[in-house]
Design a protein around this ligand. Structure first.
Ligand SMILES: C[S@@+](CC[C@H](N)C(=O)[O-])C[C@H]1O[C@@H](n2cnc3c(N)ncnc32)[C@H](O)[C@@H]1O
Length: 203
């Protein structure tokens, strides 16, 4: 799908707000496209890459070191020719860099919970995030969210409902990847916490 060999995979460093990602990656060519937003150590990205070699998989994180690790894992596993690693801030990616209606499924799994009330403004999901999210998703596109933090989950459910942009989707929309546990989810499960997943469909 892309032109990079397994030893030359690029990490796209996206710091220019005037960049149009569609000029680099053909995002509107009809290929089913998944975005692992805040991909961390890449558990979901690697799972998707091995399940779906014909889909386009975008893995984005603000931490370059994490993306280097994901790149190394992809190289070792000899899969992921279809994976694009993006070093980008999530709001900039969704708000500016991605074109409209280009994502089929967006996964935001175990984002930093910022549990203290005074830090809640640092959370990724906000009303502005909902607007950008809806812009980049294709109609009927899926928003998949998980967190171990009940208060963050309640806040996200509220934001989704207030936005009016989404309707509840069937869990079958993520049944194909229910067996994949990201590194953070596994850590929380090992500590005896629960990590619910929710899924919505763009109107
Ligand atoms: C708690 S980790 C979860 C990683 C992975 N999704 C998982 O479930 O294992 C959150 C990830 O989001 C990234 N992140 C935090 N804020 C971000 C932002 N504003 N833009 C992009 N990535 C961000 C962090 O660097 C980190 O890798």
């Amino acid at each position: 799908m892309n032109n990079f060999s397994k030893t030359e995979r690029e990490i796209f460093i996206l710091t220019n707000v005037y960049l149009r990602l569609a000029d680099i990656i053909p995002l509107n060519d009809g290929t089913f496209t998944e975005l692992d937003l805040g991909c961390g150590k890449g558990g979901l990205t690697l799972g998707l890459a091995s399940l779906y070699p014909r889909r386009r998989i975008l893995a984005a994180d603000i931490m370059l070191g994490r993306l280097h690790k994901v790149e190394k894992k992809l190289r070792r596993s000899r899969c992921g020719e279809n994976v694009f690693l993006l070093r980008s801030e999530a709001n900039m990616l969704l708000g500016r860099l991605l074109p409209d209606n280009c994502i089929d499924r967006l996964h935001l799994l175990c984002p930093d919970p910022w549990p203290k009330l005074r830090h809640s403004g640092r959370r990724l999901v906000s009303s502005q995030f909902m607007t950008s999210l809806h812009r980049v998703l294709k109609p009927g596109g899926i928003f998949h969210f998980s967190t171990d933090d009940p208060e963050y989950m309640a806040a996200v459910v509220r934001l989704v409902e207030e936005s009016g942009f989404f309707e509840e989707a069937s869990p079958s929309a993520i049944a194909d990847i229910a067996h994949i546990k990201t590194e953070f989810e596994q850590d929380w499960l090992d500590e005896g916490r629960t990590v619910p997943h929710r899924v919505w469909k763009a109107r």
